[in-house]
Design a protein around this ligand. Structure first.
Ligand SMILES: [Zn+2]
Length: 136
């Protein structure tokens, strides 16, 4: 690589908005699911909740409702009554992220979920947008 090209590349990289790097940081871990008898264990539940930067209690409430299942937290895992494939669980987790994590305006994950009385507001720290989200 010539020195000129190096400099050019350097300059080009500096021109890419910081946000491009920030949003590429956001990755939802794939669900690690074990079906044992009639129960489904989501083994990396805590890891998913922390990657999404959301309260485990909020996430599990959503998943239970969306799966139409009973269940609970057991340490770092979530246990659902019934059999659910990792595709199904992944799909619900992704929908959760779309609704409760990603900013409705700019699509970035740098948001906070704030409780106002009985409603939740998703506040974006990147663009400042606020949107109300349904309660779970
Ligand atoms: Zn935003």
């Amino acid at each position: 690589m010539s020195e000129d090209y190096g400099k050019l590349l350097d300059r080009a990289l500096k021109q890419i908005p910081k946000a491009v790097f920030e949003s590429s940081r956001f990755q939802i871990p794939e669900a690690e699911v074990s079906i044992i008898g009639n129960r489904t264990i989501l083994r990396n539940f805590r890891g998913i909740a922390s990657a999404l930067n959301r309260e485990p209690e909020h996430l599990i409430k959503y998943l239970l409702r969306e799966l139409g299942a009973a269940g609970n937290l057991e340490g770092t895992q979530a246990v659902f009554q019934g059999k659910f494939s990792n595709t199904i669980v992944d799909n619900r987790v992704r929908r959760y992220a779309e609704e409760f994590v990603l900013c409705q305006e700019c699509g970035k994950p740098d948001t906070r979920l704030e409780r106002r009385e009985r409603v939740y507001v998703l506040r974006c720290e990147a663009c400042g947008a606020r949107s109300s989200v349904r309660s779970v």
